[in-house]
Design a protein. Structure first.
Length: 234
């Protein structure tokens, strides 16, 4: 069930309660049981709003204010006007969620067709007795996300971290040992580690310096990463 469906369900519960007001000398009121149901619905809605919009979001604040001003809050029971105001807030929250959900597919259009790291799902299905691959899989997932977002500085740092996580799986101490046993490199290419290491080390360890030459002559992070990885066959 999506958050929108949950909000709709809570709105339906309030709609049912709206028909259960009875006339008294003090005006329209709910029975004690119905007041309890109203309070439960409000608490569930606030918890949901906090979860999807963050703590101290405008929808939770508006609900709090509406309930506090509606016939003395929970102590005097909600007025009919209070209940309808809360329903309006629920519906506004639902529409906001629908708008946000509609934006996501449009943003997804910009995603690259290929992925930087393939077969992550297969890695998740492996049963390794000696090694926990959880962190390595997460690093690969974040590497794909950085690739989709053109975050090339992040790509460099993540690749450097990943190559340090791989050797133990092959009973090696360094990636160089693993690369030296890799016999399927195209002719004329160096090992991935030897080509990447200097550039990635520079990217991760270098600090902010004074500009000593025009920025137009600086090699971009994208160029550094793409050239080093393509030349190495990584």
């Amino acid at each position: 069930m999506t958050p929108e469906d949950e909000i709709q369900k809570l709105d339906d519960q309030l709609n049912l309660l709206s028909s259960r007001f009875v006339q008294s000398s003090e005006g329209l009121i709910l029975s004690a049981d119905d007041e309890g149901n109203f309070k439960q619905t409000i608490l569930e809605a606030k918890t949901l709003f906090d979860a999807v919009f963050g703590v101290d979001n405008p929808f939770s604040r508006e609900v709090n204010q509406a309930v506090a001003e509606g016939s003395g809050g929970f102590f005097g029971g909600p007025s009919y006007k209070c209940l309808r105001e809360v329903q309006g807030i629920f519906r506004a929250g639902k529409r906001e969620l629908e708008r946000r959900r509609a934006i996501v597919p449009n943003a997804a259009i910009k995603r690259k067709k290929d992925r930087y790291v393939e077969r992550i799902e297969e890695m998740g299905g492996l049963t390794a007795k000696d090694y926990d691959l959880t962190k390595l899989i997460r690093l690969c997932q974040e590497l794909n996300a950085a690739y989709d977002d053109d975050s090339y500085m992040s790509i460099g740092m993540l690749v450097r971290s990943i190559v340090d996580h791989v050797p133990p799986i092959f009973s090696a101490k360094t990636f160089t040992e693993v690369a030296n046993n890799y016999s399927n490199l195209p002719c004329g290419t160096s090992t991935p580690h030897s080509a990447m290491r200097p550039i990635l080390f520079c990217m991760c360890k270098s600090v902010t310096r004074k500009c000593c030459r025009p920025s137009s002559k600086l090699i971009s992070a994208r160029t550094l990463i793409i050239c080093s990885l393509r030349s190495s066959g990584f």
